[in-house]
Write a protein that binds this ligand. Structure first.
Ligand code: GDP
Ligand code: MN
Length: 348
């Protein structure tokens, strides 16, 4: 098909949109969205922004995944908005259901208890399947096996600045495996024993914990306790081969067995972040200051006025979350001894 090899030269056959204007080779990469049929108008907004700011220049593919078959409206609307090829996948039931080792009564009691304590999504079964799927399975979906790189896009996000280079190629050229734009502290009620499970994993698989990792981002006491910092996973650009590696799979299987996706409400954000923090070298995690992003309720608006002007950004820098006390992004800068972008003090 050649889609991933080189710049397309003729209009996209299914949308009639003009070919990508950017020159040079394409990476083996795709956008990936998990969504329900009734998310169609919210994902339509996200797609339009991603296309306007980035993908109309590159025409990368877009994979849509759902636990139910996508309906015709969803397919029609989304494929009309995308410049690359679209693919629609149903999630196999064994990746979106309770594993047999989960005690249903215990899981139900937890949901009732969390509902009474008003913990966000605490009573939801589907949210738990979603978090487990994003933690351990999306990268193994048959449609994803063709790709090496992914960019996760959720409904109702915004992109506020032009992206004038190939972010996938940037990741590859600079040896990056995982990236983020926003970081914050997780609600401790949703993950009370996650770190115990992680410690169990580190003990069972010391060979997967790499030298020069980002433990300092995750823990203030050398790994004894978790400080709840995580990268917000509703935005991710990352390497699928890393997620499919024995190290990551051993990690996911250990966490899954411990049951916290159902006996607590472990989110895929801390699960991915802890994996990246322990199993990647710290230089392999990238912060995209120049990707301006919103997902309710937080905004990443690039620090540095010249950057915002050059990239034709339409975000309000006062809404930038990076240097707020609830963000963990400062820790990332300190750990990596990176100079903070010019003007950050003014935004604190
Ligand atoms: P939040 O960002 O944590 O509030 O959670 P979202 O509601 O945005 O869900 C995260 C992602 O999973 C989004 O891309 C949703 O479209 C998707 N999602 C959530 N629940 C389901 C579900 O039950 N089925 C499907 N197919 N997708 C879901
Ligand atoms: Mn969301």
């Amino acid at each position: 098909t050649g889609k991933n090899d080189n710049k397309p030269t003729s209009p996209n056959p299914h949308t009639g949109l003009p070919p990508a204007v950017a020159s040079g080779p394409r990476m083996n990469a795709t956008f990936v969205t998990l969504a329900r049929n009734n998310d169609v108008w919210e994902i339509a907004r996200s797609i339009r922004q991603v296309e306007d700011r980035f993908n109309r220049k590159y025409n990368y593919d877009w994979v849509f995944l759902n636990d139910q078959p996508f309906d015709d409206t969803f397919k029609k609307v989304t494929s009309a908005l995308t410049s690359g090829n679209t693919k629609y996948g149903v999630i196999p039931e064994e990746h979106w259901s309770f594993p047999d080792f989960i005690n249903q009564t215990r899981a139900k009691n937890v949901r009732e208890d969390m509902a009474a304590r008003k913990i966000i999504y605490g009573d939801s079964v589907s949210y738990r399947h979603m978090c487990r799927y994003e933690s351990g399975f999306f990268f193994r979906h048959p449609l994803m096996l063709d790709y090496e790189w992914y960019w996760r896009v959720e409904p109702s996000i915004e992109l506020f600045c032009d992206i004038n280079y190939d972010t996938f190629k940037y990741m590859a050229d600079n040896n990056k495996k995982y990236s983020f734009v926003l970081s914050l502290y997780e609600y401790v009620e949703t993950i009370p024993t996650l770190w115990d499970s992680v410690k169990g994993f580190m003990k069972e698989h010391p060979e997967h914990v790499v030298e020069g990792n980002s433990m300092q981002f995750l823990s203030d006491d050398g790994g004894n306790t978790y400080n709840h910092c995580h990268f917000w996973s509703n935005f991710e650009i990352g390497n699928l081969n890393w997620l499919r590696s024995p190290a990551y799979i051993d990690y996911f299987n250990k966490l899954d067995r411990d049951g916290g996706f159902f006996y607590e409400r472990w989110g895929d954000a801390p699960v991915h972040s802890i994996a990246a923090g322990l199993m990647l070298k710290k230089e392999e995690i990238h912060f995209f200051n120049d990707i301006a992003y919103y997902h309710v309720p937080f905004t990443h608006c690039p620090t540095g006025e010249q950057t915002r002007l050059d990239l034709k950004c339409h975000c309000n820098p006062k809404e930038n979350f990076d240097w707020n006390g609830y963000s963990c992004t400062s820790r990332y800068f300190e750990l990596n001894s990176i100079t903070k972008p010019e003007g950050y003090e003014k935004e604190q």
